[in-house]
Design a protein around this ligand. Structure first.
Ligand code: RB5
Length: 146
C-alpha cells in the first residue's frame, strides 16, 4: 500500500509523524514538503502534488498537514476523484472514511497538534468504507446538477 504525505512549513512535525505511522505499518510513503520551518512552502503546491498522486492511483491514501488543514482540503477537493476531509476528532476520522470514503486526510497542526494527528491518522487508516447506501451517496458527489 502506498501513501503520499505532504505538508507546508506549518505541518512538518505532523507530516513526519504520519509518515512514520504508515511506515511502521509497512506502507510505502512518499513525503512532500519542506524539511525546516524556515523553508516556507505554499500549501497549494503541496496539495497539488498529493492530490495528483492519489487521483492518478499512485497512492491509495493522501495526507496533508498545514496550519489549519483548510487550505489543503480546499485545494485537494478541486481534483476529480479527490475526497479530502479536514479531521479534528476521532468521530470525524471514522465517519469521513466509513460514510464518505475519504481518500485524503487533512490536519491542522496549529489546531490539534502532532500527538492528536498521530492518534487520528490511525483511526482513519483502520476504518473501512461501509459502502451500500453510502456508496450511492458518494457517487453523487461528482454529479453536479445541470
Ligand atoms: C501558513 O501560515 C498557513 O496559512 C497554512 O499552513 C494553512 O493553515 C492554510 O490553510
Amino acid at each position: 500500500m502506498k501513501a503520499f504525505v505532504g505538508s507546508d512549513h506549518a505541518g512538518i512535525d505532523g507530516r513526519k509523524t504520519v509518515a512514520e505511522v504508515f511506515r511502521n505499518r509497512g506502507w510505502e510513503v512518499t513525503e512532500i514538503g519542506p524539511s525546516t520551518t524556515e523553508e516556507k512552502a505554499d500549501y497549494p503546491d503541496i496539495a497539488h502534488e498529493v492530490s495528483v498522486g492519489v487521483t492518478t492511483g499512485l497512492a491509495e491514501v493522501g495526507v496533508l498537514v498545514c496550519g489549519t488543514g483548510q487550505g489543503m482540503a480546499m485545494t485537494a477537493n478541486r481534483y476529480q476523484g479527490a475526497r479530502a476531509a479536514v479531521i479534528t476528532d476521532s468521530f470525524t476520522a471514522e465517519m469521513s472514511r466509513g460514510h464518505n470514503n475519504a481518500n485524503i486526510a487533512c490536519f491542522g497542526e496549529r489546531v490539534i497538534g502532532t500527538e492528536k494527528i498521530k492518534d487520528l491518522i490511525a483511526v482513519f487508516i483502520d476504518t473501512p468504507f461501509e459502502g451500500g447506501r453510502h456508496g450511492t451517496r458518494v457517487d453523487k458527489i461528482d454529479k453536479i446538477p445541470s
